[in-house]
Design a protein around this ligand. Sequence first.
Ligand SMILES: [Zn+2]
Ligand SMILES: [Zn+2]
Length: 354
Amino acid sequence: MKTVAVTRIGSLRDPDETTRGRVGVVDFPEQPLGPEDVRIRVAYAAICGSDPHLAEGFFGTDVPIGLGHEISGVVEALGERAHRSGLKVGDRVAGNFLRFCGTCRPCQDGRQQFCENIQDYNRPGMAETITWHASQVYRLPEDVTLRKGSLLEPTSVAVRIADKTRIRVGDRVLICGGGPIGQLVLQVMKRNGATSLTMVEPIAARREMALRHGAEHVIDPVAEDQDARAALITGGRGYDVVIDASGAPRAAQGLLDLAAKGGVVVYGAMYPETFEMPLGLSSYLYLKELTLTGVFVSPYAFPRALQILPHLDVDELTAAVFPLDEVDEAFAAHVAGVHPKVLIRCNDLEDVSS
Ligand SMILES: [Zn+2]
Ligand SMILES: [Zn+2]
């Protein structure tokens, strides 16, 4: 079965071709179909900002490392007990690449994200088929295309980020980073009652995209004084909620100065393992009483992501599609940032029109 995998560890941005990380199509066996499992013929798998981190060996260096956790597809086969989920062959679905076991202590304690068996069903979805436990699979609403459905997982991340902000209606909100997660968070926060909604992003096209989807203000952190702009926008009070969706070490520390007293700062991305951010405890935690937090994965967020997805405008994020055999070009386009997001078409499946 054709599967996209990291075949050599290294940075995908390395200018030296002999040491650059490599992604290609390899042959993996199809997973066995257990009694509670669902086999999905994959329609689309989106490239995630975390995929280049996998190529760099963040989660292990034994190649090949199968990729793809943002997928949509059509149910092809069901194990004998998977019917209990209400799923049927032919259903259009998306889902959670992680299965929470339900039996370990964190699962029983309402903290699925720390499930001790989280890797059991974490399988590569940038492939012809993927086999998941029925609990990972969600049927797409009628009006959500397979293309749009491939964004259910990143939407779940946006929902989880919103959860961690503990936003109140009317809170002033700033988002740093106008990549796919930042753009999804923007739309989700808008629907949560965010005000003074501001996107900080150095790339003009991404700032413009944010303005088309509900941002009231945009800041170019390179050409503008972001502290001065933020003070102007918030009347000198700062933002009640600050979200980092950039994962950029150079942006991380400055966000603390944009937060209002008592504000929440969510570091909602992956960061280099070696990056350490200085933190003035007196200024930020004592005098300002900031709450700093992060997100790992998206527990309890998929049902709500499924509810909100039809209401999000993601056409610009799903416009660029490459066939499975052109995965080289797809990753090159992702790394070059020429499209807001890149999708891989793993099978040519009929889609609903919307
Ligand atoms: Zn992702
Ligand atoms: Zn568990």
